[in-house]
Design a protein around this ligand. Structure first.
Ligand code: ADP
Ligand code: UDP
Length: 235
């Protein structure tokens, strides 16, 4: 597989073309940003951890019946993935109140929710990723009703499987963000990444934060937190 020109450099990853028109290579960086790029920094070794962890978790999702973009891990930081057109939505599930949910609704962080919540944000940095209703999504043609139902069903499955897996290694899955994309033959699959950059993960006993909130909120020991999750996954 030949790595060709860079198509895109995002906040956490670079995307490259390959000599196969249906495949891309993603390259994970150590760069970290928060608050829509306002806060910038670096988390040493994050790229390696997120690459390997995301691939591991995507493989678990495949086994659970959720199709993903994962094809093959090429190196510490590089992975071969199926090329998709990203559905411009951040799909967010919450099991416990935290972050913007706590702020918006005035609910204390750590409050257990009676059911998992599902919300959508428009993936648009210039607009600050605003929350978007399902009827807005279909009205704007970002996804059809059928695609949205499929995305919702797959997302709740991801939550069920991920929550149970993390529970088994003493970690509470508080919330997470995932992205979906459409392959050239129209199939909707799970894309992007699943990592401590995109999930809130708290130690089940101590409630210590083991995710990007340590960076966002200057809590210290950021690298240790990422390494801890990595180690508990047996990676
Ligand atoms: P951002 O764009 O938010 O700064 P990243 O730095 O993670 O995010 O950049 C990776 C980009 O690649 C994201 O825009 C993501 O939606 C996109 N992407 C992820 N997986 C795929 C894929 N399989 N095919 C095409 N694009 C993808
Ligand atoms: N999230 C993400 N990327 C974003 C926004 C949110 O990965 O651009 C994740 C975040 O890590 C958390 C979940 O989505 O696990 C819910 O985030 P929230 O809406 O509470 O936003 P935040 O507090 O991060 O601004």
């Amino acid at each position: 597989m030949q790595k060709l020109e860079q198509l895109y450099e995002g906040k956490a990853k670079k995307v490259f073309k390959t000599d196969d028109p249906e495949l891309y290579i993603v390259d994970y960086k150590d760069d970290a940003t928060a608050f829509n790029g306002l806060k910038k920094g670096s988390i040493e070794g994050k790229g390696v951890i997120n690459n390997r962890m995301s691939n591991f978790l995507m493989t678990i999702m495949e086994k659970a019946g959720v199709p993903t973009h994962f094809v093959k891990e090429l190196s510490d930081r590089e992975t071969l993935v199926k090329k998709v057109t990203i559905v411009p939505l951040e799909v967010i599930v919450r099991n416990v109140a935290a972050g913007s949910f706590s702020k918006r609704f005035g609910v204390e962080e750590g409050t257990e929710l009676k059911n998992p919540t599902l919300e959508f944000c428009l993936k648009n940095d210039d607009l600050g990723d605003p929350m978007i209703a399902e009827s807005h999504i279909t009205a704007l043609g970002l996804a059809t009703r059928e695609e949205l139902d499929n995305i919702s069903r797959m997302t709740m499955k991801v939550n069920e499987v991920l929550k149970a897996y993390f529970a088994g290694i003493g970690i509470d899955l508080i919330d997470f963000k995932i992205e979906f994309g459409k392959t050239s033959d129209g199939q909707i699959i799970l894309a992007d990444e699943i990592s401590p950059d995109t999930c809130r993960l708290w130690d089940s006993k101590t409630h210590q934060k083991l995710d990007k909130d340590r960076f966002r909120r200057d809590l210290g020991n950021v690298e240790d937190a990422y390494n801890e999750v990595f180690a508990r996954l047996g990676l």
